[in-house]
Design a protein around this ligand. Structure first.
Ligand code: FRU
Length: 494
């Protein structure tokens, strides 16, 4: 049964979403209105499903629904009607983030966080968070009213908060039983990731704390995911309220890979290292899947809560987009990310330049565009090296977004402070990169309102959005000192 609240959302998006034209080409944006986290990322009945935190009625966050889209290649998306709406007592204040798995009978099981608004004894408002289930066929989902919520206050050990208990990410063991990781605030006011298990996907119990923040990496840990990767075990999470640490972690909402090992017999995760997931301006709340051919692929919300305030372009009917899906691997102690190989099937015209000397600002014939997959290799021309290399993209008479490499400090800096925004939120971010024998390789993916930069075959990723007019489609190169650059550019075509 489709509730009135869900039907209203479906009618609204069918009326207003279908006509929106000014979207990114291959990055998923909301059907209409507001989008945040990816949810229920899954391969089900022969296609990829991606749900998302959704408020169709405005380009601001509001009572959370789940939007829904499907794709054969993770790049061409087709919208399906909204899947969930906040229409029950136990989720009246929002259907927050969650995940999806396939059940043995072929139905799809969704677990999400239901938020219920209650008044505390002192009259203050309290949002109670508990985990809820819905089962569906890839189009329509029925909430399990008899069971919901299936995990809440009574299931939590002492010292763990029912007010900040959210974002279940389910997965299945080889024997077909279920597990899920959920973020939870602890009594030291910081985050933790809890593990729960279930034999049938419907009845769940607490197992253990996989890892805790102890106020070191931000505070509350949101949107966890837990998966093996090339012999390591990765616990990925999105901490709120981080403080900057060097150039590795920036202030505010961040995303981290906790890299370690896992002993399944004792359910013990041993953390060995921590790495930022994305070093750019806009990235949060990622989720992964395994593709049918065995690749671990991550997709994130290409936005950041702090830059949403005033970041919405005026007059737009949509706001928020996902990153390009990225294949993950583990190499030399780091998690490596590269755009999914399916992107090559969208390659149009190729333009190639080899070893062009660059000093003053230079444009190259055929190198321009706002839907582009471009790899730029920079190397010094003489032993003296060069002082700085700068590339401008989405560039026009008044605008540009810049990507600047300074060899002396080994830093790569992205800046959108001339991209057309008239708000004073953060527009610049920097990270350390490793050049190899003086050679730096940057793969830049442009999709109308964003740039994603993959450094040295995926050692770092930097993502940022900008709403520069599409007429600003120039790309230029400049060097303080002299460098040789090679450029391979493909237009990306629908
Ligand atoms: C992360 C988050 C989640 C929550 C959702 C609400 O961006 O805060 O923790 O489930 O957004 O929309």
């Amino acid at each position: 049964m489709t509730s009135e609240i869900l039907q209203k959302a479906r009618d609204y998006e069918a009326q207003f979403g279908a006509h929106i034209r000014n979207r990114p080409l291959f990055h998923l944006s909301p059907y209409v209105g507001w989008m945040n986290d990816p949810n229920g990322f899954s391969f089900y009945k022969g296609q990829y499903h991606l749900f998302y935190q959704y408020h169709p009625y405005s380009i601001q966050w509001g009572p959370m629904h789940w939007g829904h889209a499907v794709s054969k290649d993770l790049l061409h998306w087709e919208y399906l009607p909204a899947a969930l709406a906040p229409d029950q007592d136990y989720d009246e204040a929002g259907c927050f983030s969650g995940s999806a798995v396939e059940m043995p009978d072929g139905r799809q099981l969704i677990m999400y966080t239901g938020v219920q608004r209650k008044l505390g004894v002192d009259g203050s408002r309290q949002d109670i968070q508990a985990q809820c289930l819905a089962i569906g066929d890839g189009l329509n989902y029925e909430k399990l009213d008899d069971l919901n919520p299936v995990l809440g206050d009574p299931d939590l050990p002492e010292g763990f908060s029912r007010l900040d208990f959210r974002d279940p990410k389910m997965f299945q063991y080889d024997d077909g039983t279920y597990a899920c990781v959920i973020g939870c605030r602890t009594d030291d006011d910081s985050g933790s990731i809890l593990l729960f298990e279930s034999d049938d996907g419907l009845h769940w119990h607490y197992v253990t704390v996989l890892d805790r923040c102890y106020n070191e990496f931000g505070r509350m840990w949101e949107c966890p995911d837990f998966f093996p990767l090339d012999g390591k075990q990765i616990l990925m999470t999105s901490p709120q309220d981080m403080s900057a640490v060097g150039l590795e972690f920036h202030n505010g909402n961040g995303t981290i890979f906790l890299i370690g090992t896992y002993d399944h017999a004792t359910r013990t995760f041993t953390r060995e290292n921590v790495q930022a997931v994305d070093y750019g301006l806009d990235f949060y709340a990622p989720q992964t899947i395994v593709t049918p051919d065995g690749r671990r692929v991550v997709i994130g919300w290409m936005q950041n809560w702090d830059t949403c305030v005033g970041g919405q372009p005026r007059g737009s009917s949509w706001f928020g987009q996902m990153t390009v899906p990225r294949e993950l691997s583990f190499r030399d102690g780091r998690v490596i990310q590269n755009p999914i190989r399916e992107l090559e099937q969208m390659h149009g015209r190729r333009v190639y330049y080899q070893d062009i000397p660059v000093c003053e600002e230079t444009t190259l014939r055929g190198i321009f565009g706002r839907t582009v997959d471009m790899t730029v290799t920079v190397k010094p021309m003489t032993e003296a090296g060069y002082n700085q290399f700068r590339m401008k993209v989405a560039s026009g008479s008044q605008h540009y977004t810049s990507i600047t490499y300074t060899p002396q400090t080994s830093t790569l800096r992205v800046s959108r402070d001339h991209s057309g925004s008239n708000r004073d939120f953060v527009h610049v971010r920097e990270c350390f990169v490793r050049e190899k024998q003086g050679v730096l390789k940057l793969r830049v993916i442009l999709d109308r309102y964003s740039a994603e930069i993959f450094v040295n075959d995926g050692e770092q990723a930097m993502s940022l959005t900008f709403y520069t007019p599409l007429s600003a489609d120039g790309i230029s190169f400049q060097c303080l000192g002299k460098a040789l650059i090679s450029v391979e550019k493909y237009d990306i075509i629908g």
